[in-house]
Design a binder for this molecule. Structure first.
Ligand code: AHR
Ligand code: AHR
Ligand code: AHR
Length: 486
């Protein structure tokens, strides 16, 4: 059985079932998600390997070979057509054309389930999916349940990495107009014990960790690499539950009456579905989603416990985020441009901490040689991702990082933001040459280290910035990584 077979036997069937990693019904063999590739904009559906099985990641890998791919649709497996697509502008605009949110990279969150490779949905700030015309979702004070499997190490303090029920207008229409799982360490409204991250309920104009607005210490920090998050609500009752998605059982962090703050009892749920954003399209949060579902009716704890056992049996595990030529921590490297007419240029910082490409050769000054030399370090951010950071040869303690998508040299200030901005995951080069590498940003997997007009960025393959230009993208993001000059 799959999670949604279990919810159905409990009398609380799924009305939305979303997963890029596996079928959530034992008989489901339809499309899980759609990807679009950058090279020719063609789209394809990714299905399970067999009914009820794990996604066919190999089909994605071959379709996306030597180009980039975005997740364009996360299909609803429930049969209701509650698919998630690129979120439109709402109270806040997204970064894409016409205020739409970004789509997630198809390769940002590789994992294995029972040893088989699959990809999750890595949500960077700016990324969001939505369905404002969902059918069968809870309205008003109707009962519902929901769960999601998330990466408990990928989060931030901004609003709001959510999955669940939200406004159909993409606007903040008032207290009680949402009921969604929130994950992260935002403290603008509520918080739990310690410093987070926490599972909370986004009920609109408030992230709730328990009975009262504000801090509820019964809601513990939870950061398992694979975390199960549960929120459910019915008239004057709701609950938050959580677990390690790789072992053990669910704990209940809150179960009780609705908040006394005005507007939350009764609820005024509207029934849209969001992923990665707040109800009003707040787009500043990050997180990773692997699977989740929403139900009609308030699931029993026993039903959810059986869903958790099913998730554990799916055996989520980590896998490598890198590919292509390997890098050795502690080695000194240079990165040479491969775009024709520019192949004498190397990635180098200048005297004002910008990172650009400069022509460097054996006869260059030792200053320039050092500016074009980087020491490979274990990735400062992203946990044990196997990705890397690049420390400046001439400025120890300073690293290659992006800021506003421009690469620059920055002093490691010890923040999580710096660490994540300074972490890069080398990939098989998009130019198709096995000796070269393309180097993607850890926290913006759609973005690769690129030179454009001889200035370095983390760039997407087609997008709103001039440096995202599709022309010459594959060559501009492919580098020869060789021994450092100094
Ligand atoms: O409730 C927290 C957030 O407040 C909601 O997600 C958003 O719609 C509003 O800004
Ligand atoms: O480079 C993109 C973002 O810009 C970085 O993640 C952040 O530090 C800055 O705001
Ligand atoms: O960085 C040099 C060139 O500038 C890139 O190859 C091209 O994309 C841009 O015009």
């Amino acid at each position: 059985a799959g999670p949604c077979d279990i919810y159905a036997s409990g009398g609380t069937p799924c009305i939305a079932a979303h997963s890029t990693t596996r079928a959530l019904y034992s008989s489901y063999n339809g499309a899980l998600y759609q990807v679009q590739r950058g090279s020719d904009k063609a789209k394809t559906d990714i299905k399970p390997l067999s009914a009820g099985g794990v996604a066919n990641a190999a089909a994605q890998d071959s379709f996306c070979n030597n180009t980039t791919c975005l997740i364009t649709i996360i299909y609803d497996q429930s049969g209701r057509g509650n698919h998630l697509t690129q979120a439109p502008p709402g109270g806040f605009k997204g970064p894409e054309a016409n205020g739409y949110d970004n789509l997630a990279s198809a390769i940002g969150a590789p994992v294995t389930l029972n040893g088989q490779k699959a990809y999750g949905v890595f949500v960077s700030p700016g990324t969001g999916y939505r369905n404002n015309a969902a059918s069968g979702t809870a309205k008003g004070d109707e009962p519902e349940g929901m769960y999601a499997v998330l990466d408990g190490t990928h989060y931030n303090q901004y609003c709001c990495f959510d999955y669940g029920n939200a406004e159909t207008s993409s606007l903040d229409t008032g207290n009680g107009h949402m009921e969604a799982i929130y994950f992260g360490d935002c403290t603008s409204w509520g918080s739990g014990a310690g410093s987070g991250p926490w599972i909370m309920a986004d009920l609109e104009n408030g992230l709730f960790s328990g009975l009262s607005s504000g801090k509820n210490t019964n809601d513990p920090p939870i950061s398992y690499r694979f975390t199960t998050a549960v929120v459910k609500g019915r008239p004057n009752q709701w609950a938050i539950r959580g677990a390690n998605a790789a072992s053990g059982s669910l704990s209940t962090f809150y179960s009780g009456v609705r908040p006394s703050a005005s507007g939350y009892n009764p609820m005024s749920k509207e029934g849209a579905i969001i992923l990665g954003i707040g109800g009003d399209n707040s787009i500043s949060a990050q997180g990773t989603f692997y699977e989740g579902a929403m139900t009609s009716g308030y699931p029993s704890d026993a039903t959810e416990n059986a869903v958790q056992a099913n998730i554990v049996a799916a055996k989520y595990a980590t896998t490598s985020l890198t590919s292509g030529p390997s890098l050795t921590v502690g080695s000194s490297v240079s990165l040479r441009v491969t775009t024709s007419s520019y192949t004498d240029r190397y990635l180098a910082h200048n005297s004002s901490s910008a990172i650009i490409t400069q022509a460097v050769s054996a006869s260059s000054s030792s200053t320039l040689k050092q500016q074009a030399t980087w020491i490979v370090r274990t990735g400062l951010g992203g946990g044990n991702s196997g990705c890397f950071s690049f420390e400046s040869r001439d400025t120890p303690g300073s690293y290659m990082r992006h800021y506003d998508f421009a690469l620059r040299l920055g002093t490691n200030d010890g923040t999580k933001q710096f660490a994540e901005d300074a972490t890069f995951c080398p990939q098989t080069a998009l130019n198709g040459l096995s000796a070269d590498s393309s180097i993607r940003s850890w926290n913006y997997p759609t973005r690769y280290v690129r030179h454009y007009a001889n200035v370095a960025y983390v760039a997407g393959n087609g997008g709103v910035h001039m440096f995202d230009a599709a022309a010459s993208f594959n060559d501009d993001v492919s580098w020869v990584v060789a021994s450092g000059f100094a």
